[in-house]
Design a protein around this ligand. Structure first.
Ligand code: ZN
Ligand code: ZN
Length: 358
């Protein structure tokens, strides 16, 4: 059975548990998750009774592509897909209420006729929380592309005095493409010197100076899966305060990674990491959550934060990314992408976490 068919089987169990006869899937990422289709317009009607009764829909632009990518479901070429599929449904039809707009619901209601529409938002997102091995392999490749791009950037002297943040961001992104990425998984953060104290700094024309902290937060996209890593380096000899800050964040990050175990509350993982920074008197300088899930989206569940709900399960892919930011001086963040495993977390980001001095 293909991984897509296995995911549809898992969804069918969720549909039966929710007492639904079918689910109309309109979130394109969820369509991709269930079928492998990568085009820009599609929907799928997943019938609780099996693939034989399920229908995939896209428009004429994707006639050839959909035949190749979705050979195992009945295909409908029509537009708009959501109402075309709703008009074919019977019984109790779930729809992705977290995705359908108010206007879209009016259209669905008109198309569904006697079919009973039921809110079923988030059913697939719940399945997506735990990655299968095909997904983890894509994440592994995405992490490797980012690791290799950073090594090549450093190896080719890309981090030298006088370069701008924008230039470095462009080179990093182009090197990720060289190493197998379809693209960057989000707009890269490149921050020099005092700019590194801004957690989500956008690259500017600011130039790199000897003695600057260099914060790089970036990731690669492979097979639709996003990697996410941050490294903070120093150009030239680090000052004592830079080394101390780095060591503190590195200890916090290690504590967060060590806490990644199935069954542990996500808020406890945040606490394990945050406690290290709080004890050092810098709790007020760590102003974001510890991490987030990654997969078909760069930020997805679970959120590893103080307010995060739920517990970890084996197969979840998450980031661990504490940071301490000293306004006007500089900041350090260290971020890896990892998979929660029964035997201890699997690290997908393999770049060293020793302080790199360039
Ligand atoms: Zn990041
Ligand atoms: Zn992140």
């Amino acid at each position: 059975m293909s991984s897509y068919a296995a995911r549809r089987t898992a969804l069918r169990q969720a549909l039966q548990a929710a007492d639904l006869d079918a689910l109309l899937v309109t979130n394109l990422l969820n369509v991709r998750y269930l079928t492998g289709f990568t085009g820009s317009n599609a929907a799928v009607l997943v019938d609780a009774s099996g693939d034989d009764a399920s229908v995939f829909c896209t428009d004429g632009r994707y006639l050839t592509q959909s035949a190749k990518q979705v050979p195992d479901l009945e295909r409908l070429i029509d537009r708009p897909c959501d109402t075309a599929l709703a008009s074919r449904a019977k019984g109790r039809l779930g729809f992705e209420s977290h995705h359908v707009t108010v206007d879209g619901l009016d259209e669905l209601t008109a198309a569904a006729g006697k079919v009973e529409l039921h809110k079923a938002g988030g059913l697939i997102e719940k399945l997506r929380l735990v990655k299968d091995e095909v997904e983890i392999e894509a994440l592994r490749m995405a992490c490797a592309a980012a690791d290799r791009a950073l090594a090549a950037l450093i190896g080719h002297g890309g981090l030298r005095a006088g370069r701008t943040e924008r230039e470095v961001a462009r080179e990093l992104e182009s090197r990720m493409l060289d190493h197998g990425a379809e693209g960057p998984s989000f707009s890269s953060i490149v921050a020099f010197g005092a700019n590194s104290a801004v957690p989500h700094h956008s690259p500017t024309d600011a130039t790199l100076h000897t003695g600057d902290l260099i914060k790089l937060d970036f990731g690669a996209l492979v097979d639709g899966y996003h990697s996410d890593m941050t490294r903070t380096l120093v150009l030239g000899k680090p000052a004592d305060w830079q080394r101390d800050l780095y060591d503190l964040v590195a200890r916090s990050q290690a504590a967060g990674r060590d806490a990644l175990e199935p069954g542990v509350k996500v808020s406890d993982v945040d606490h394990a990491s945050r406690e290290v920074i709080e004890k050092a008197g810098h709790g007020g300088d760590f102003l974001h959550g510890l991490g987030h899930g990654v997969g078909l989206e760069i930020h997805e569940a679970p959120a590893l934060s103080k307010a995060g709900a739920g517990t970890l399960s084996a197969g979840m892919a998450v980031t661990v990314e504490p940071g301490v930011y000293l306004p006007g001086r500089g900041g350090v963040r260290i971020e890896d992408t990892l998979v929660v495993r029964e035997s201890g977390p699997e690290l997908l980001t393999l770049t060293t976490k020793e302080l790199v001095v360039v």
